[in-house]
Design a protein around this ligand. Structure first.
Ligand code: SF4
Length: 346
């Protein structure tokens, strides 16, 4: 059995802009514009970047919530982006999602018991009523909620408890991969840590793979195995956690990391302030999409798009970055020797 559970190749999602004469298409939002990545069984890959970079669109594309514009999504060796709804149905069980907002993602008119029973019934996982009840009780145990709370309504729970119910609902389908789309962003700091720890424990216990979509690099550092950094519809850097946080290779990643608190007492790091806003994905800059904000941009960056390629002096294999600076001799490369910070958690 291959270790690779999910393989995404050259994924594109361009949303048409309507409003021209007779409601015609006037352009496109290039939300995701040719990205490739993979996730191994039991692995967490985090997708990070500023709002609007396209990371949530990637999650929705993997979930097949809309048709994609181009590329391929392969789950456990089977291409799923072109399957008919009926052919996709058995595979839907294997990829589940936990959304950001635990308040709106649960049906307020369903008791917890019914919320958890729905996916079990839909995918035909319970042998009989007793098995259904036993599965629901086991799910409550897994997310550390009392079994006798199954008769309560979503509004009777706190935000953190509702997110536990959301996680239990995802687990009810017995998935191989869970997409966590900003799943802890709306929670208070202390609750956030509890939910992150719960997700880590569940991953180890059940061997789940996770696509963890987040703008919060401090949380990502705590729980991920690898990180992919997105900017304006493209992946600009992907690397094992230690290598990315220890020695970022892309100027955008360097700027993002400079804003993350360092877990070493007394350590300091120069903050890189990016000028300007993220350009519009309707009309992304030519060449390197980051060149309008990059402090190191030079002529080539404005005309030629850099490829995502392995970086020679990375701390670990599998560290890829898309920047023309990597082709410069070290003596001329302003990023050579850039240090992130030691990663305390493995
Ligand atoms: Fe900056 Fe140029 Fe590298 Fe893009 S290719 S990140 S503009 S130095």
């Amino acid at each position: 059995m291959s270790q690779r559970l999910l393989e995404v190749s050259d994924l594109k999602k361009h949303f048409p802009l309507k409003g021209g004469f007779m409601g015609g298409t006037t352009g496109f939002v290039y939300a995701v514009d040719g990205i490739s990545f993979h996730i191994e069984r039991g692995e967490t890959l985090s997708l990070v970047g500023e709002s609007g970079c396209g990371k949530s669109t990637v999650g929705k594309a993997v979930l097949r919530l809309f048709p994609i514009t181009g590329g391929q999504v392969v789950l456990d060796g089977q291409r799923i982006d072109d399957l008919s709804p009926s052919a996709l149905r058995p595979l839907r069980r294997r990829v589940q999602v936990v959304f950001q907002d635990p308040f709106s993602s649960l049906n307020p008119r369903m008791r917890v018991k019914d919320i958890l029973a729905e996916p079990i019934r839909n995918f035909g996982l319970a042998r009989n009523a007793a098995d259904l009840d036993a599965r629901i009780a086991a799910l409550m145990d897994k997310v550390r909620l009392p079994r006798d709370a199954v008769g309560r309504w979503p509004h009777e729970f706190s935000g953190g408890q509702r997110q536990r119910i959301g996680i239990a609902r995802a687990l009810a389908a017995e998935p191989d991969l869970i997409i966590c789309d900003e799943a802890v962003s709306a929670l208070d700091v202390s609750v956030k840590a509890q939910i992150v720890n719960l997700l880590q424990d569940l991953q180890q216990e059940l061997g789940l793979a996770m696509l963890f979509i987040s703008h919060d690099l401090a949380i990502v550092e705590h729980m991920t195995h690898r990180v992919a950094v997105m900017y304006l519809g493209k992946i600009v850097e992907v690397a094992p956690k230690r290598s990315l946080f220890g020695a970022p290779k892309h100027p955008y990643t360097e700027a993002l990391l400079s804003a993350v608190p360092i877990p070493e007492p007394g350590a300091a790091r120069e903050r890189v302030i990016l000028k300007g806003d993220v350009p519009s994905p309707i009309n992304p800059p030519k060449g390197c999409r980051f060149h309008t904000r990059c402090p190191y941009a030079f002529d080539r960056c404005r005309t030629e798009e850099p490829k995502l390629v392995p970086v020679a002096d990375a701390l670990a294999p599998g560290h890829l970055s898309a920047c023309h600076l990597h082709e410069m001799p070290a003596a001329e490369n302003p990023l050579a020797g850039t240090k992130g910070h030691a990663v305390l958690a493995a």
